[in-house]
Design a protein around this ligand. Structure first.
Ligand code: MG
Length: 502
């Protein structure tokens, strides 16, 4: 009997798993759970993402591993917690000495081994280093067009964010060098022209997709968007076109760029052989007030381990392969690498992986193999470890802390004044009944029926923490201002002289 089951399952799985689909992975920046039209925002215009959600699978319980940029990108691309790769605490800067270690195996490297053409457009933010040691071209991406770090890590006041010379709103990191745009390992623009950035990305992407299709090669395109991170920007086509103001214009341009990618795939005749996965790196910067994102009714936002910091919108779209719908099954950015490896027949990297293969969940409607979510704070300390843990529908907070990035919300727990607090017993929430984390189930002691739940959570945490191997912190290697990329290396005075026309 067992033999027959094996043969029957193998027969059905074969056609699904045996080809090499094209893959487009879209990673939004600081986009909150409540920012998209299809997640309920009343004034956001996101017609293309809404369309993808209507034709694909929309997740209600999908998570990042971090509430800030660099560590979540490390986890996405490696399928491993940022603790293992050393991408903690906080984020990389243009002058950082470290980066995602080259020994880490990325999705691009996994797919390149299967004959994929690989490209990244947009934000890398996994280090630059001496002579570009940590650029994406050193991590399996054959093509790179973008900014190697966050686009607020340059002097905003020298930039134009919207047409008609509207300066970028805010101060950004004015001590850093003007933002460069790289083509592979060469600077082609410095400072970046935000109003022309997305059209340039789209021209590049269309050419990349069409060439791969013409050459009959599968491709992997990683679109790591700058939108909707602060400072907001948009080209002339989108400025003033959203009822949600500057944030809405930026979001609309981002959504429009996804629409153009979809159209390119459609026109190439490969829509039914292309998996498009969309999610975001971390929750919204509510400190930007009306220019920041929204976590909907989830608690707090960026840099916190409340739901608003790490639960993200996510959509998996593959025409004719993934059944349209909405799911409450758990998923994580950690799961993307093992899932893509399974879909393409690629061998898994010979390292400890933290992600699950979701391919049978996505394609065959099985349950998600994931039952836990671990919440690391931005400033990871091995002495405290994870701040919170979700097992099934229950979430326990062992530590809570507010954050600068989550300022201005009415909830005082989100603010910088909410200092690091240990909880023993933990705060416990039922996320199905109380997704906003308002009502601590252990407020009046430990009810008998919740004792086994708490026991399982504590046991799961202990097992996780005792098995975690912390890589050397790449961010604590510090900074060296001479490492900042400059298109005119011999010029003075730096960094202001690092300007090139194109
Ligand atoms: Mg971010």
């Amino acid at each position: 009997m067992a033999v027959w089951i094996f043969i029957v399952v193998g027969f059905f799985l074969q056609p699904v798993f045996s080809n090499h689909p094209n893959i487009i992975l879209i990673f939004a920046d600081d986009l909150g759970y409540g920012d998209l039209g299809c997640y309920g925002h009343p004034t956001s215009l996101t017609p293309n993402l809404d369309w993808m959600a209507s034709r694909g699978l929309r997740f209600k319980d999908f998570y990042s591993t971090a509430a800030v940029c660099s560590p979540s990108r490390a986890s996405l691309l490696t399928g491993r917690y940022q603790t293992r790769s050393g991408v903690y605490p906080s984020v990389f800067f243009p002058s950082s000495r470290g980066g995602l270690p080259l020994s880490e195996v990325t999705i691009a490297e996994v797919l390149q081994s299967q004959g994929y053409e690989t490209a990244i457009i947009g934000k890398w933010h996994l280090g630059f280093g001496l002579n570009g040691t940590f650029l994406p071209t050193r991590q399996g991406f054959q093509h790179f067009l973008g900014v190697p770090f966050s686009h607020d890590q340059g002097p905003c006041r020298t930039l134009t964010c919207f047409p008609l010379n509207t300066q970028c709103y805010g101060t950004c990191d004015i001590g850093e060098a003007p933002l460069p745009v790289f083509l592979n390992e060469e600077i082609i623009q410095q400072p970046v022209n935000f109003t022309g950035l997305i059209p340039m990305y789209l021209e590049f992407s269309k050419s990349f997709i069409n060439k791969a299709v013409n050459d009959k090669k599968p491709y992997f395109l990683y679109y790591a968007a700058h939108h909707t991170h602060y400072p907001q920007f948009a080209s002339a086509k989108y400025t003033g076109s959203s009822p949600r103001g500057r944030y809405g214009d930026a979001l609309l341009e981002f959504d429009g760029s996804i629409g153009e990618l979809l159209q390119t795939v459609r026109e190439s005749g490969t829509l039914d052989n292309t998996l498009i996965f969309f999610t975001s790196d971390n929750g919204p910067e509510t400190m930007r007030m009306e220019r920041g994102g929204s976590s909907g009714h989830l608690k707090c936002g960026k840099s916190t381990t409340y739901e608003g910091g790490m639960r993200e919108p996510a959509i998996a779209y593959w025409e004719g392969k993934i059944k349209p719908g909405v799911t409450s099954e758990l998923g994580s950015i950690l799961d993307i690498l093992p899932t893509l490896a399974a879909l393409t027949g690629a061998p898994l990297p010979n390292v400890t992986l933290d992600g699950y293969d979701l391919s049978e969940f996505l394609l065959l409607g099985h349950k998600s193999p994931r039952n836990t979510i671990h919440y690391y704070p931005p400033s990871i300390d091995p002495k405290t470890g994870i701040f919170a843990l979700r097992v099934g529908k229950y979430k326990a907070h062992f530590y809570t802390q507010g954050a600068f990035h989550s300022e201005t919300t009415p909830d005082p727990d989100c603010r910088i004044t909410a200092l690091l607090t240990a909880h023993d017993p933990p705060l416990l929430f039922d996320l199905h009944l109380d997704p906003a984390e308002n009502y601590n189930l252990l407020n009046r002691g430990i009810p008998t029926d919740l004792a086994p739940v708490l026991h399982e959570i504590l046991q799961t945490r202990d097992q996780f923490e005792s098995s975690m191997e912390y890589g050397e912190s790449q961010i604590n290697l510090g900074t060296d201002t001479s490492l900042r990329p400059c298109c005119n290396p011999e010029c003075t005075p730096k960094p202001s002289c690092c300007q090139c026309k194109n």
